[in-house]
Write a protein that binds this ligand. Structure first.
Ligand code: PNS
Length: 164
């Protein structure tokens, strides 16, 4: 029997950056199926709506046939189980990410011992990149060229009214 491994790559993706895309690109030949899952978080006020985030992700991952984009609400492990995923994929950029990621990984394991969290490290040029900083720079009129895909750059310019 050949085991098919599905990995869930969850996050806010507000918006998707080149760092996220680097992780998806690295993961797609490690797993049979990768689901990029956008958290629908009713408490946070994102810059982009869930639909906008999903549309941008769909466009920039569309060339990869084992990569899907979806949304989820509630507990990540429940969503992973419902999709027969054995792996939760998370990126670690710097040591500062580690504490939060470590807590989440162990808490998720406590709830679903069969699901493993796998950490991947992005290309070094994206190790300081975050959606939060991209939004802040764009809102303040700075350039995010090279940090996000061109369609995201255009959407950011429209959203923030910046010329960046
Ligand atoms: O991109 P982010 O915002 O760092 O992603 C965080 C995310 C979506 C992975 C995390 O908030 C999450 O899994 N939320 C779903 C709710 C849940 O399962 N919480 C318990 C985590 S131990």
């Amino acid at each position: 029997m050949v085991m098919q491994v599905t990995a869930i790559y969850p996050g806010s993706f507000d918006p998707v950056t080149n760092g996220h895309l680097d992780i998806v690109n690295r993961s797609r030949d490690k797993f049979d199926r990768v689901i990029v899952a956008v958290l629908v978080n009713l408490e946070k006020t994102p810059l982009f709506t869930t639909e906008e985030r999903v549309a941008m992700l769909g466009e920039v991952t569309g060339q990869w046939n084992n990569v899907e984009v979806d949304t989820f609400e509630g507990l990540l492990v429940k969503y992973a189980k419902a999709n027969q995923a054995k792996v939760i994929l998370r990126a670690i950029r710097a040591v500062t990410d580690y504490e939060y990621e470590f807590q989440m990984a162990l808490m998720n394991r406590r709830m679903e011992p069969d699901i493993e969290t796998v950490f991947m490290v992005p290309a070094v040029e994206y190790s300081y990149l975050s959606s939060r900083l991209v939004k802040e720079i764009s809102l303040l009129g700075g350039s995010v060229s090279g940090l996000v895909p061109p369609i995201v750059e255009d959407s950011l310019k429209k959203k923030t009214g910046s010329e960046g």
